[in-house]
Design a protein around this ligand. Structure first.
Ligand code: TYM
Length: 353
């Protein structure tokens, strides 16, 4: 019998444009894993985009554009199974089943839910109580995404670590409660997962925080955004001799940590090391640092923007592979849902055959 191939799964919400946190926290790993022997499922989480809406939004259009960006970054729909979450409605069915064994207290303690709750409460544009059942159940839907394809590895940034842990817990609880092996437990997210700071110096670059550097930003926008990063503190002594970015960067004050992290991600190593030495030497070099970061970021963006705008990367091309790939992921998903139905005792669906 041949060994089971590793299964990789990850998704991104279609709201806003892809930013550097999305790229280096997730897509960068999608591309690496796409070259391996594993079966890769990468989707656009359009159901998840519905959890925070208060009015009709162009999620369909945003999804197509996000998929064009996926392709522009190098995701190959012939190598990876790239699909839209809502084209796999059995995910919603699995989410419903998993919801039956998920404790509300557990969901209320979720960090993303708590953060959103605070943001919503402080947002003067939002009227009444906008906290929905869908928002509370966000991690259950995410667990369904992961478990439905029997994923082993879920490449995500550090901010999604807790959600993947919840998926692991739900799978274990389900199998234990119903005495079955219907759900495959994925591996936990590694401690080295990235959390890219925001351009405003905050802990996380995030779509809703207006602090992102985007993959489709043109050179002028990049320069304006990088110039706007606050670097008011003069160089301070670093209590480490290490050049390892994971050791040094967290010790840098506010905006400098994001500038050095970006340099480390997109520039050749010698450029990062040179500017690190300048920091250690002290002096006035922040203007040059910003110029270098902006130049390397724009160089990184250039081929992505070009491929995004390639006439062949159009809606027809996207729709064609979405149809094909939805056909590939559906049987895998139905197998899991049917196994869960059986395990819980309602029996298999009578219409699916
Ligand atoms: P989303 O759309 O917020 O982010 C997509 C991916 O980008 C990563 N990311 C970051 N990584 C490092 N630093 C940052 N500042 C940063 N900002 C975002 C996220 O960790 C993520 O990997 N709930 C998910 C979408 C989702 C999903 C799933 C992911 C739905 N179902 C199943 C994996 C598996 C989300 O909102 O990601």
């Amino acid at each position: 019998m041949s060994a089971r191939k590793e299964v990789i799964l990850s998704g991104i919400r279609p709201t806003g444009r892809l930013h550097y946190g999305n790229y280096f926290g997730a897509i960068h790993h999608f591309l690496r894993l796409q070259q391996s022997d594993a079966t890769c499922f990468y989707f656009i989480a359009d159901y998840h985009a519905l959890t925070t809406i208060t009015e009709k939004t162009e999620i369909y259009r945003q999804t197509l554009d996000m998929l064009r960006t996926y392709v522009a970054c190098g995701l190959d729909p012939a190598k990876s199974i790239v699909y839209r979450q809502s084209d796999l409605p059995s995910t919603a069915e699995l989410s419903l089943l998993l919801g039956m064994i998920t404790n509300i207290g557990h969901l209320e303690r979720g960090t993303t839910y708590k953060d959103k709750m605070i943001k919503i409460q402080d947002d003067p544009k939002i009227d009444g109580n906008p906290l929905s059942y869908g928002l509370l159940g966000y991690p259950v839907l995410m667990a369904a995404d992961i478990l439905i394809v029997k994923a082993d590895v879920v490449p995500v940034g550090d901010d999604q670590r807790q959600h993947v842990e919840m998926a692991c817990d739900i799978a274990e609880k389900f199998n234990h409660r119903f005495g079955c092996e219907a759900l495959h437990r994925p591996r936990a997210v590694g401690r080295d997962a990235l959390r890219l700071p925001g351009l405003d110096g905050s802990a996380k670059m995030g779509k809703s925080d207006n602090n992102t550097l985007d993959l489709l930003d043109d050179p002028k926008t990049v320069l304006t955004k990088i110039k706007g990063v606050v670097t008011s503190t003069d160089p301070l002594p670093l209590d480490t001799d290490s050049n390892d970015p994971d050791q040094v960067i967290p010790k840098l004050p506010g905006g400098l940590s994001v500038l050095y992290r970006l340099l480390n991600l997109v520039a050749p190593e010698e450029v990062y090391l040179d500017f690190l030495q300048q920091y250690r030497d002290g002096g006035k070099f922040y203007g040059n640092l910003k110029k270098a970061v902006a130049e390397h970021v724009s160089k990184f963006n250039e081929p992505i923007i070009e491929k995004f705008n390639d006439p062949a990367n159009n809606d027809d091309f996207i729709m064609d592979f979405l149809r094909e790939n939805a056909k590939k992921v559906t049987p895998v998903a139905l197998d899991t849902v049917e196994a869960c139905r059986e395990a819980m005792g309602i029996g298999r669906s009578l219409y699916r055959g």
